[in-house]
Design a protein around this ligand. Structure first.
Ligand code: ZN
Length: 136
């Protein structure tokens, strides 16, 4: 099982990492490392030929799966479809979900769990350009 490490932290940010996704194994939740308050992010890895060992459902949170490597199948209730590197899958509350890696390489993915319907303002209405000096 790989771990998450806090890399650096300030008053207004936290930077954590799992290292190379190619070496990542197992499941790693991120919220406790970064102190996130709006969503839970997890990294997952499935070896070739394996699926998550159980189906699960959420009562209040939707999930967004982002496939970083590998390919396979995703099941929502009784519906199955193909997924691959670059796929983004949103799954609503109150339905069963699972995914399986069928590629030779492991499937590594990110799952972002957040309150369904909870996104208020975003990008164009929530963000504003500021005048900070660029010191990058
Ligand atoms: Zn879940």
């Amino acid at each position: 099982m790989s771990g998450i490490k806090i890399i650096n932290k300030g008053d207004r940010f936290a930077h954590a990492g799992i290292g190379s996704i190619h070496d990542f194994e197992g499941k790693q939740f991120v919220k406790d490392a970064t102190g996130a308050t709006s969503c839970e992010i997890s990294f997952g890895s499935l070896p070739s030929g394996t699926a998550v060992p159980f189906f699960h459902s959420h009562k209040e949170n939707e999930e967004n799966y982002i496939i970083l490597s590998g390919s396979g199948h995703f099941q929502v209730d009784d519906e199955v479809f193909d997924i691959a590197e670059g796929s983004v899958i949103r799954v609503s509350t109150n339905c069963d979900r699972n995914l399986k890696c069928t590629s030779d390489e492991p499937m590594v993915y990110i799952c972002i769990q957040a309150r369904e319907g909870g996104l208020g303002g975003y990008t164009m209405t929530d963000a504003e350009i500021t005048e900070r000096e660029n010191i990058l």
